[in-house]
Design a protein around this ligand. Structure first.
Ligand SMILES: [Zn+2]
Length: 318
């Protein structure tokens, strides 16, 4: 069995070397003119896709491992995926897992675009301007990052039946970037207390899934999306638009009754992981009309953990 372990470790080493080469390319592009332009970013994305394919091949090997060496292999690995699209076909993020401390980083790179509001909407609002000030932009971006990382990270843990004592926790990271973004967030200024719907839209490729590339997907927000809004249903709880929309950015679908009745993209993952059947409706859950982040909202993270390690038995810690 040690032969097999050696072979897998060798493969891992090769893949790690490929990734390091890629990062050198990235540095080279940056060193040239200080920016990575669209063509360069496309090239990088394609190369990262090749690395991901190599990792997939390795995982076929890992999937066949007997339980007694799973732990050794797991601890020896370095786990990384760039531009990961969850199995639900929507969402895009990077995954970094460090086995030594069990930290599963879910990294979303965002570009903030602040759009000044319609002046007529601000008529009579003496103390408010329709124009974003520099300090308002900075404040909004910083608050958004803190809010999303705090609300979404660290909620539930994952364990593996063949590895006693190993616990993986989710660290949600949001990073502001100028290019190479997973989501460009367009944030329109509206008067305080006003409401305007927000959404996340994905650039869908030929296979019907979100394209696994940066600089493609968009979120449309407004300046009030970090405030509580009651969604006008019988559910007492309110919701913050930006917290709900982040769920879409990590591959979750709406759970309220929408224009696509009966279908919730993460239904299958929830059934497989938790044995429960999601039914559309108005609930206190964050992907419905409320604010609760439940295990069902961590299923794309669980699937990401399975994908990045190639080990399929990960499950929720009770
Ligand atoms: Zn939604």
């Amino acid at each position: 069995m040690s032969d097999k372990l050696e072979k897998i470790n060798k493969l891992e080493e090769n893949i790690r070397a490929m990734e390091e080469e890629l990062l050198k390319y990235q540095d080279l592009f940056l060193a040239n003119d200080g920016v990575i332009d669209k063509a360069e970013q496309n090239m990088l994305d394609d190369m990262f896709a090749v690395v991901n394919d190599a990792v997939e091949a390795l995982f076929v090997q890992k999937g066949k491992l007997p339980p007694e060496i799973t732990f050794a292999v797991f601890m020896a690995g370095k786990y990384k995926k760039t531009n990961y699209v969850p199995l639900t076909g929507i969402g895009l993020f990077d995954i970094n897992l460090t086995p030594s401390d069990g930290r599963l980083e879910i990294l979303t790179k965002v570009k903030f675009d602040f759009i000044d509001g319609n002046p007529t909407k601000f008529a009579g609002k003496k103390k408010e301007s329709n124009i974003w000030s520099t300090s308002e932009k900075k404040k909004w971006a910083a608050e958004y990052i803190t809010l999303i990382e705090g609300r979404w990270g660290g909620k539930y843990h994952f364990i593996h039946p063949d590895m006693i004592g190993v616990t993986v926790f989710v660290d949600v990271e949001v990073e502001e970037v100028a290019s190479g973004w997973h989501y460009e967030l367009n944030i329109t200024k509206i008067p305080e207390g006003d409401f305007k719907g927000s959404d996340v839209s994905h650039f869908i490729d030929k296979s019907g899934k979100a394209l696994a590339k940066t600089d493609k997907h968009q979120g449309n927000f407004d300046s009030e999306d970090m405030d509580w809004k009651h969604k006008g249903t019988s559910v007492k709880e309110s919701q913050m638009g930006s917290v709900h929309e982040y769920g879409h950015m990590v591959g979750l679908d709406d759970e309220y009754s929408d224009s696509d009745p009966g279908k919730i993209a993460h239904q299958t993952l929830v059934r497989d992981a938790l044995g429960t059947v999601l039914v559309e409706g108005n609930y206190q859950d964050v992907m419905s009309v409320g604010n609760h982040i439940e295990k069902q909202h961590y299923v794309t993270f669980l699937a990401a953990l399975k994908d990045v390690t190639g080990l399929k038995k990960w499950q929720f810690k009770k």
